[in-house]
Design a protein around this ligand. Sequence first.
Ligand SMILES: Nc1c(C(=O)O)ncn1[C@@H]1O[C@H](COP(=O)(O)O)[C@@H](O)[C@H]1O
Length: 159
Amino acid sequence: MIGIIMGSTSDWETMKHACDIMEELGVPYEKRVVSAHRTPDYMFEYAETARDRGIKAIIAGAGGAAHLPGMVAAKTTLPVIGVPVQSKALNGMDSLLSIVQMPGGVPVATVAIGKAGAVNAGLLAAQILSIGDGALADKLETRREELREKVMESSDDLV
Ligand SMILES: Nc1c(C(=O)O)ncn1[C@@H]1O[C@H](COP(=O)(O)O)[C@@H](O)[C@H]1O
């Protein structure tokens, strides 16, 4: 199971794209609002209990002072994938820089700002799971092949 968390319901517009990937690939997941700033004790509990609850990787999205992915990573040794949500004031540069510059020893796999990042976070989590799941690996291969075919055919649109 994959844990998908976000700092606020206002991140849902972005983070739903990670959930869509889970649905598409048939990967079980849970989605929760968890905030390092607003619900610090719950964030600790979530991160500390995640492995024992069967979570295999955590996707954490946040915007602005996006400390959630890093703080969750500080409290678990599960893989944490950070999604920088596009902020209004600074277009997500603040989110990106808050997530990506982790100190040595506590990694967060940071993806791109916004929707593409959320999609890739979902795919990366699935790819991690696919190490021990051949059926999921096959689904990921099929998805790649479809993408390749779509791009090959897209040359015809250049009129
Ligand atoms: N960056 C964080 C954290 C955190 O890092 O723990 N908690 C909430 N937030 C972010 O605040 C932004 C504005 O939130 P509101 O829309 O609720 O005011 C959101 O993008 C959220 O991720």
